[in-house]
Design a protein around this ligand. Structure first.
Ligand SMILES: Nc1nc2c([nH]c(=O)n2[C@H]2C[C@H](O)[C@@H](COP(=O)(O)OP(=O)(O)OP(=O)(O)O)O2)c(=O)[nH]1
Ligand SMILES: [Mg+2]
Length: 155
């Protein structure tokens, strides 16, 4: 049984909108859940971790990127289909910018992702991963535009 012996218990994910100007970092998933869809870097919250720590750790593990100005954006709540049984994920969505604007993403977990690239916020690739497709893009876009202004001011 998964989740410490509790079947079907919701799990907590932390995902990151890594922003560079008007672009966001996405990668095409190879994992069983959402295979072939474009998703944010992210993973599961580990015991005792803050959301910011988890966001920085997962982004580094998956892309090699060092991120800064990490803060909370919104939350999603989804039941995702999987081969054996459904997975209920509460995903804490964070936003962040690069420490070094020139740092390039690397595909450090090629078994889980086809590779990372920057996509224009107004021209996102398809298909998006289900939770991204259904989330309130108005809330996200407002917050991202605010951050974009802030990050441009600080570069
Ligand atoms: N990576 C990613 N996961 C997402 C997104 N939206 C969303 O609800 N999730 C959920 C699915 C997963 O249950 C959880 C973490 O994602 P993941 O599938 O990438 O997990 P992972 O293998 O990298 O994590 P881990 O077990 O190594 O910690 O968050 C998203 O845009 N990107
Ligand atoms: Mg991941």
């Amino acid at each position: 049984m998964e989740n410490g012996g509790v079947a079907f218990a919701p799990i907590v994910g932390v995902v990151v909108f890594v922003l560079k100007g008007n672009k966001v970092l996405l990668g095409r998933r190879r994992s069983a859940v959402g295979c072939n869809t474009f998703a944010l870097p992210g993973g599961h919250l580990e015991f005792g971790e803050s959301f910011e720590e988890c966001a920085a750790r997962e982004t580094k593990e998956e892309t090699g990127l060092d991120i800064d100005k990490i803060d909370y954006l919104t939350v999603t709540n989804n039941v995702l289909s999987r081969e054996v049984k459904p997975l209920h994920v509460v995903a804490i969505c964070m936003r962040a910018v690069l420490v070094d604007q020139n740092q390039m993403p690397q595909n450090l977990e090629p078994d889980k992702c086809d590779g990372w690239d920057w996509y224009d916020w107004n021209d996102l690739p398809k298909p998006l991963f289900g939770p991204l497709e259904t989330m309130s893009m108005i809330v996200v876009s407002d917050a991202i535009m605010r951050r974009q202004g802030e990050s441009q001011g600080s570069v």
